[in-house]
Structure formats: structure tokens, C-alpha cells
Design a protein around this ligand. Structure first.
Ligand code: UDP
Length: 298
């Protein structure tokens, strides 16, 4: 997502300094920007203090390990990016009187008891479970963002991002969209965790970038859900990918990971009202583009 945001910032005629320690991100995703005027890349762990040079109009904090596979493997780094990392970015925001966008998550709602999830819902998070390193790091990130707004008057915004997919995801990322497409392209069985009755709602990366930019330049200080409200079960999604890529492949059922949310769908009423935003790319089109990307890059 970071590389897509860079593309958008540059296309809008602005300059961007991208920072990534490449723990899960890939330098290949910004290769096309190398040497482009207005673009600079710094390979660095943003939880470690440093001077990025210059004065910034905006700070967008997207650093995290967003795939369950990655945050299970690096729980401490995940917590640090939400805690220390967020505070470092907020200090920069205060120094430069910049606008701030925190990319938070639907995981703040945990395994939700309210459906669809609306921003006023406080969530149902297991604070000591396997997912807690991600959920609680983002919840803390939201809390410290609000504290900097209240104490320093910082111009902060918070996006709660629901499942997003699109080109440039890593095939071995572990999340369900690249996992199913990768398996289907290889002719392997699609691995469904649990019985596949859990639901998700998938938003295309281009739509998300648009929502993030609108939010960054808004005056809304409280969290805003950004996602696509079209909800489907994981079993339905597996059938959809299989039929699109390699009909006839078997499905393989594996144990459901701990605390895997049973239902997830954003209520995007606030995004529509406050930002005039809603997703435009239908799943069929987004998945077609994503499959084409993975065919070219596998
Ligand atoms: N999932 C699955 N097979 C996979 C990867 C994920 O059935 O190979 C399920 C997972 O258990 C969850 C949903 O798909 O219910 C979405 O998982 P993902 O890791 O993409 O993101 P999450 O919504 O859990 O953060």
C-alpha cells in the first residue's frame, strides 16, 4: 500500500520521502520510482530516531506488519511500530505542524459483536492472544494519536482499514487473497482455515488510496472506516478464485487460527458523509487486475 500511496502523491505533483525497513515490504515495489524527481527512499526502521531532512507538510504512518503470518513471527516489532514508531512520527508532526494520517485497522474491533462494524463500537479484543500484538499496537497508536491531538493540537486523522488487496502484495504474504491466487496459479489445493463460514469484505488498493488521501486532508479527528462493504464467506471467496483461475482444484480445510474474527464488514456511512468516499472498483475488476499482476510476477 505504501508504494501505491507514493505513486499517488507524486502523480498529484508533490514530493515524498518513503521510509521502510523492508522487514516485509519489497524494494521491487518502488523500483519504478527510482531516480524520479520528488521521490526519495530511505531504508530505515522508523521506530529508531533519525533526521529525515527537510520540513514535512504531511506524515503518513503506514509502517506495520499487517499479515497475521508476519505479526505472529515478529510480535515485538509489530508492537513497536504502533507504539514507539507512532510516537516518533507524532513528534515529527508537532515539530513541523504537519498533517498526520495513521493507518489503523478493523482489527481494533477484534472478533466483533456488532455487525457491520461502526466507528463508535469499542471492539472485542483478546489482549493476550496471538493477534494482540497487532490489535493492541494499533489501538495504542490510535490512543496516542488522539492524545497528541488533544495535548498539542496536532492535525491528526485515523483510518480504520478493512481487508485490502491488489497488485504488489507478496505472493507469500499469507493473507487470503494472495494465498488463494498463488495456490490456484500453482494448481495446488486452496487452504481454507476453519469451515470457511467466517466472512470478510475486500477493498481494492486503488479505492483505499483515494480514501486515505481524502481523509488526510480532512478535518475529521476521530477514526473513519475505509473498506468495501461487500461481504462474503471465505468459502465463497475460495470458490470465486478457483473458478476464476483454475476451476476444478480441490479445497483443503485447515484449523482456524486463534481469535480469527467470525464476521467483518465495515459500516462506511461516516466515510461517505465526512469524506464523500465510497469504493468504486467491483470485486470482479479488482480481482481480475490482481490475478493478472500475479500471473506476470510469479
Ligand atoms: N484464510 C484462509 N486461508 C488462508 C489464509 C487466510 O482461510 O490461506 C482466512 C483467515 O483464517 C481469515 C480470512 O481468511 O478468516 C482472512 O485472513 P487474512 O489473513 O487475509 O486477514 P485477516 O482478516 O485475518 O486479518
Amino acid at each position: 500500500m505504501g508504494s501505491h500511496v507514493c505513486d499517488r502523491i507524486l502523480a498529484d505533483g508533490n514530493e515524498v520521502v518513503a521510509v521502510d525497513n523492508l522487514i516485509t515490504g519489497s524494494a521491487k515495489n518502488i523500483k519504478h520510482l527510482e531516480g524520479k524527481s520528488g521521490f526519495q527512499f530511505i531504508e530505515h526502521d522508523m521506530t529508531v530516531e533519525r533526521d529525515y531532512g527537510g520540513k514535512f507538510d504531511c506524515v503518513i504512518h503506514m509502517a506495520s506488519l499487517a499479515s497475521p503470518r508476519h505479526y505472529y513471527a515478529h510480535p515485538i516489532k509489530t508492537l513497536e511500530s504502533g507504539s514507539t514508531g507512532t510516537q516518533r512520527m507524532l513528534d515529527l508532526v508537532v515539530r513541523d505542524n504537519a498533517r498526520f494520517l495513521l493507518t489503523s485497522t478493523s482489527e481494533c474491533y477484534g472478533d466483533p459483536e456488532i455487525h457491520p462494524q461502526v466507528e463508535t463500537y469499542w471492539g472485542n479484543v483478546n489482549p493476550v492472544g496471538l493477534r494482540s500484538c497487532y490489535d493492541e499496537s494499533k489501538r495504542y497508536a490510535e490512543a496516542i494519536t488522539m492524545a497528541y491531538h488533544r495535548v498539542h493540537g496536532a492535525r491528526t486523522t485515523i483510518a480504520r482499514i478493512f481487508n485490502t488487496y491488489g497488485p504488489r502484495m507478496a505472493l507469500d504474504d499469507g493473507r487470503v487473497v494472495p494465498a488463494f491466487i498463488d495456490q490456484a496459479l500453482r494448481g495446488e489445493p486452496l487452504t481454507i482455515f476453519g469451515d470457511g463460514s467466517q466472512t470478510r469484505s475486500f477493498c481494492y488498493s486503488r479505492d483505499l488510496v483515494d480514501g486515505l488521501m481524502k481523509l488526510l486532508f480532512s478535518e475529521e479527528r476521530y477514526p473513519v472506516n475505509l473498506g468495501n462493504p461487500r461481504e462474503m464467506t471465505i468459502l465463497e471467496f475460495a470458490h470465486y478464485i478457483r473458478d476464476a483461475v483454475n476451476p476444478g482444484l480441490p479445497l483443503k480445510f485447515e484449523p482456524l487460527p486463534q481469535d480469527d474474527p467470525k464476521r467483518r464488514r465495515p459500516d462506511i456511512g461516516k466515510a461517505k458523509k465526512v469524506l464523500g468516499w465510497e469504493p468504486r472498483v467491483p470485486l470482479e475488476e479488482g480481482i481480475r487486475e490482481t490475478i493478472a499482476y500475479f500471473r506476470d510476477h510469479s
